[in-house]
Design a protein around this ligand. Structure first.
Ligand code: SAH
Ligand code: SF4
Ligand code: F3S
Length: 436
C-alpha cells in the first residue's frame, strides 16, 4: 500500500483530546495529507477516552465499523487514552488496528503511518522526555475560540480515576512555549483562548503560576477572552481568585468539580478537599467576581455511597447553585483502587440517584439561564445558525446565544438576552451606539 493521502480524526472524551486531535490534523496536513471529504478516508485516527467503561468500549466497536462494504478498510490508528491504557493488548483484541499511539507520542504518527503502509503494525505509548510539543508544526489558522494545552497529567490519584495512568505525571509546559503558541493562535484568528490541563490550576513554570500566565496573556491586545479548565479545588490559589476580580478578559466562569457532597465519600475518593473547604473556595471566588458561573462534575454510586451520602450531594448542589454540570454513574476502572472496594452500588440504585441529581442540577441551570434574561452582554460569534440571518455565539458564561445579525464568525456583538431555552438563550442585537 502507498502512503495514505486522506485522513479522518475522531476525538472522544475531554477537551485535551479535542486539542490533541487538532494538533494531529495539523501534523498530518503538514506532511501533505488532506482531511477526507465524506467517509472515504485512507487513514482513520480514533482518539479515544478511557474514563468510563462505556467510553472505552466505544473505541472497539468503532474500529469494527470501519471495514467497507467491499471488504477493504482504511489504515487505523488507535490514539488517546485507551491506546495508552491498552498498548499492544489493543492489537491482540482487534486485528484491524495498525497503530497504537499514546497521548504523549502522537508526534511520531507520520513514521508509524509509513510503517503501517508497508504492512508493519506499531505501538508507541512512550512518555518521552523530549516533549511532543517540540516536534509539532506551528499553529497557523484558528477559529475564534481556541484550546491551548498548558498542563498535562495528574498526580492526584483519585481512587476511581484512570487519568494518572493514561496521561502520566503532572507536567507544565514552559511559559515561553505557551506564549509563543498563544501568539500563533491569535495571529491565526483566535479571539478567545481556553487554557487546558487535567489540573490546569496546578500549572507553574519559570516562577509563574496560572494567574501570572493569565495576566501576561491578558496583555495581548487582540485577545478578548481567556478561560481555563479543569481546575482542582485544592489548587484554587488566592492569586488565581484575585485574577477573577482584576482581569475583565478572564471570563466569569469556573469549572470546579466536587464529585460528592459527603466528606466520608470524598475521603474514600482521595479527593483531598472537604465539603467545607470546597464551599469556602466558592465563597471566595464569588466575593472576587459576584457574577461568576460555577460548573461542576459529580459521581453517583461510588462504592459505599449511602442514601445519606447521596442526600448530602443534593445539598451541596443547592448550596452552590451550579450554572452547569456533568454527572456520571460511577464506573469501575481496571487498576484503580475503587474498582476492588467493597460495597459496589447496584446499577438500579445508581440509575435512580443519577436521575434525581440531574433533575436537581437542571433546576439550577434553568434558574441561572432565566436570571440572565434582560441583561445585555457581549457575544462572541462562533457559528452560523439554522435560520436565515441567524448566528450563534457564546456569552461570558459559556451559554450558546442565538441572534439575528450580519456579524461574521469571530466578531463580538452586544446582545440583549430576551428568552431562556433549556440549553441556550435567544437575544436581540443591540445597536452599536446604544451599546456604547
Ligand atoms: N481532572 C479533572 C477531570 C477528570 S475526568 C478533575 O479532577 O476534575 C472528568 C470527570 O469524569 C471527573 O470529574 C469525574 O466526575 C468523572 N469520572 C472520572 N472517573 C470516573 C469513573 N471511574 N466513573 C465515573 N465518572 C468518572
Ligand atoms: Fe482524575 Fe482526580 Fe486527577 Fe481529576 S484530579 S484527573 S479526577 S485523579
Ligand atoms: Fe478521557 Fe483521557 Fe480525557 S481518559 S477524559 S480523554 S484525559
Amino acid at each position: 500500500m502507498t502512503f495514505p493521502k486522506t485522513y479522518r480524526i475522531k476525538s472522544f472524551g475531554c477537551q485535551m483530546n479535542v486539542y490533541d486531535g487538532e494538533r494531529m490534523a495539523e501534523l498530518l496536513s503538514a506532511r501533505g495529507m488532506a482531511p477526507a471529504q465524506g467517509d472515504e478516508a485512507d487513514l482513520v485516527v480514533l482518539n479515544t477516552c478511557h474514563i468510563r467503561e462505556k467510553a472505552a468500549e466505544k473505541a472497539y466497536s468503532d474500529v469494527g465499523r470501519l471495514t467497507r462494504e467491499d471488504g477493504s478498510r482504511p489504515l487505523v490508528a488507535l490514539a488517546g487514552c485507551v491506546a495508552q491504557a491498552e498498548g499492544a493488548e489493543a492489537q491482540r483484541r482487534s486485528k484491524l488496528i495498525d497503530m497504537v499511539v499514546g497521548p504523549q507520542a502522537y508526534h511520531r504518527l507520520p513514521e508509524m503511518i509509513a510503517e503501517a503502509a508497508e504492512g508493519r503494525r506499531t505501538v508507541d505509548t512512550d512518555m518521552p522526555a523530549i516533549s511532543k510539543f517540540d516536534a509539532l508544526p506551528r499553529r497557523k489558522r484558528s477559529g475564534p475560540s481556541a484550546f491551548l494545552s498548558v498542563q498535562e497529567g495528574c498526580d492526584k490519584f483519585c481512587t476511581y480515576c484512570v487519568v494518572p495512568y493514561t496521561r502520566g505525571a503532572e507536567i507544565s509546559r514552559p511559559f515561553v512555549d505557551i506564549v509563543a503558541e498563544a501568539e500563533e493562535l491569535v495571529a491565526g484568528g483566535a479571539r478567545e483562548i481556553t487554557l487546558l490541563g487535567q489540573n490546569v490550576n496546578a500549572w507553574g513554570s519559570d516562577n509563574r503560576d496560572l494567574a501570572g500566565l493569565i495576566r501576561h496573556l491578558a496583555g495581548f491586545s487582540e485577545l478578548e477572552r481567556i478561560r481555563y479548565t479543569t481546575s482542582h479545588p485544592v489548587n484554587m490559589s488566592e492569586g488565581l481568585i484575585a485574577a477573577h476580580a482584576d482581569l475583565p478578559k478572564l471570563m466569569p466562569y469556573l469549572h470546579l468539580p466536587v464529585q460528592s457532597g459527603s466528606d466520608r465519600i470524598l475521603r474514600a475518593m482521595n479527593r483531598s478537599h472537604s465539603v467545607d473547604s470546597y464551599l469556602r473556595t466558592i465563597e471566595q471566588v464569588r466575593a472576587a467576581r459576584p457574577d461568576i458561573a460555577i460548573s461542576g462534575d459529580f459521581i453517583v454510586g461510588f462504592p459505599g455511597e449511602t442514601d445519606e451520602d447521596f442526600e448530602a450531594t443534593l445539598r451541596i448542589v443547592d448550596a452552590v447553585r451550579y450554572a452547569a454540570a456533568f454527572s456520571f454513574k460511577y464506573s469501575p476502572r481496571p487498576g484503580t483502587p475503587a474498582a476492588t472496594m467493597e460495597n459496589q452500588i447496584p446499577q438500579a440504585i445508581m440509575d435512580e440517584r443519577l436521575q434525581r441529581l440531574q433533575a436537581r442540577l437542571a433546576e439550577h441551570s434553568t434558574a441561572f439561564n432565566q436570571a440572565c434574561v434582560g441583561r445585555t452582554v457581549p457575544v462572541l460569534i462562533d457559528r452560523v445558525g439554522r435560520r436565515p440571518g441567524q448566528m450563534i455565539g457564546k456569552s461570558p458564561w459559556l451559554q450558546s446565544v442565538f441572534v439575528t445579525t450580519d456579524a461574521k464568525i469571530g466578531e463580538m456583538v452586544e446582545v440583549r438576552l430576551t428568552h431562556a431555552l433549556p440549553n441556550s438563550l435567544g437575544g436581540e442585537l443591540v445597536a452599536m451606539a446604544e451599546a456604547a
